[in-house]
Design a protein around this ligand. Structure first.
Ligand SMILES: NC(=O)c1ccc[n+]([C@@H]2O[C@H](COP(=O)([O-])OP(=O)(O)OC[C@H]3O[C@@H](n4cnc5c(N)ncnc54)[C@H](OP(=O)(O)O)[C@@H]3O)[C@@H](O)[C@H]2O)c1
Length: 270
């Protein structure tokens, strides 16, 4: 039987890298996209060691034609697409009053438009295989935190988009799952943008005790196999979801304090 094929945006690092290894270990051929050729090559060679075929595409997910290139390359290489994982994402830390709107827009283009371009070009192929779309969103897809308005709104937009297309694609037997992790170990916080558009370089949080990417991707794969609609990973995440819906004022206070207490919090002088 032909191997199934997964496309992972942001497959060069963090969750995307770990997803490449997990799906490969489960017998998938893998296509990874990202901007950094060296990192993509490193992941590609490890996937090949696991016994899968792996194609890489250097591209910018915020550019529509670049995303078309990723999907075209997948079909030209493997002739099929079974799972699309919209994972590429960045964050931006700033109080909104001081936000650089160009950086705000850049983030939206990567997190939100990167996802919708990926879905747009994948639908005809996923319809043929009755495949799956997995969105890597965040608890910030339904809970707001201060100093992250760009990230929070981009993830809320993703949530709305995927909820909407899930209803449309039901008739085509394409499964849509939104995975909403809390904090997990990766370079995500170091890659978070500042108002000048440069990366933070340091993490704003204590990374110890965060979920590992290995645990994260095991849970994502299990959710995919069970064709789950949503995935909230921890008891804390599930509690946060309940508080947001039933006790929104308490939820606001907890979210505010969470960010107030982080390292070099931007709320301290605001
Ligand atoms: N880490 C957390 O605590 C956390 C929590 C909740 C949700 N998430 C979500 O998890 C997803 C993965 O994040 P991560 O933690 O694994 O972060 P990461 O290690 O920084 O990885 C981000 C990935 O996105 C890719 N990417 C960034 N800009 C891109 C662009 N313009 N075009 C193509 N690819 C681009 C990067 O590729 P290059 O480096 O090659 O550009 C990299 O592979 C994100 O959607 C994030 O919002 C993370």
């Amino acid at each position: 039987m032909e191997n199934k094929v997964v496309v992972i945006t942001g497959g060069s690092s963090g969750a995307g890298e770990a997803l490449a290894y997990k799906f490969s270990a489960e017998g998938f051929n893998v296509v990874i996209g990202g901007t950094n050729l060296e990192r993509l090559k490193n992941v590609q060679s490890k996937v090949k060691l696991l016994g899968s075929k792996c194609e890489l595409v250097v591209h910018d997910v915020s550019v529509e034609n670049d995303v078309k290139k990723l999907i075209d390359h997948t079909i030209n290489s493997f002739g099929r697409l079974d799972v699309l994982i919209c994972n590429a994402g960045i964050s931006y830390r700033s109080v909104f009053e001081n936000a650089n709107l160009d950086v705000f827009e850049k983030l939206f283009r990567i997190n939100f438009f990167g996802s919708i371009y990926s879905v747009k070009y994948s639908i005809p192929h996923l319809t043929k295989t009755k495949g799956s779309i997995i969105a890597i969103s965040s608890l910030n897809g339904f809970i707001a935190t201060p100093t992250r308005s760009a990230y929070v709104s981009s993830k809320h937009a993703m949530q709305g988009f995927f909820d909407s297309i899930r209803l449309e694609l039901k008739n085509k037997n394409v499964h849509v799952m939104v995975a909403s992790p809390g904090y997990f170990e990766s370079n995500f916080r170091k890659n978070t943008l500042k108002s000048d558009g440069n990366k933070e370089g340091n993490t704003s949080r204590d990374e110890k005790g965060m979920m590992s990417t290995e645990v994260l991707v095991d849970k994502i794969f299990e959710g995919y196999k069970k064709k789950k609609r949503d995935l909230i990973f921890t008891f804390r995440g599930k509690l946060a979801y309940l508080l947001k819906n039933w006790f929104p004022k308490l939820s606001d206070r907890l979210a505010y304090n969470e960010i107030l207490n982080e390292r070099e919090s931007l709320l301290k002088n605001y």
